[in-house]
Design a protein around this ligand. Structure first.
Ligand SMILES: [Zn+2]
Length: 114
């Protein structure tokens, strides 16, 4: 069984950092349980708004032209599809860093109290 990401006790679910449906997190780490749910919802809303904005923008400026418009303002900008990949990767890295920092704080707090 995979270990709990905070106290290393075995949990029944994989991936083990996913608290939803795992009683251990709900009972032993309720703060983590609540924080993760909020974090995930905010991320979903953020991405939904971003995708909707790009979708609406695409109605007025076709995706193929965004690269041209961008190139006019930022001459050395990478092609639009590459830029999209870079931004997606950047968001992933930022999300992982935020998660790791928060998880580190949960672990510290757990160690101080147990
Ligand atoms: Zn635990």
């Amino acid at each position: 069984m995979p270990p709990c990401v905070i106290c290393k006790e075995p949990v029944s679910r994989w991936p083990s950092f996913w608290p939803s449906g795992e009683p251990h997190y709900k009972l032993v780490h309720p703060d983590y349980f609540k924080w993760f749910r909020r974090f995930f919802i905010v991320l979903l809303i953020f991405d939904a708004v971003l995708i909707a904005t790009l979708g609406i923008l695409n109605l007025f400026v076709p995706v193929a032209d965004i690269g041209n418009v961008l190139a006019r303002f930022v001459p050395d900008s990478p092609p639009y599809h590459i830029l999209t990949l870079i931004l997606t990767f950047a968001e992933l890295v930022i999300v992982i860093i935020i998660y790791q920092v928060k998880l580190y704080r949960f672990k510290l707090e757990w160690r101080e109290n147990h």
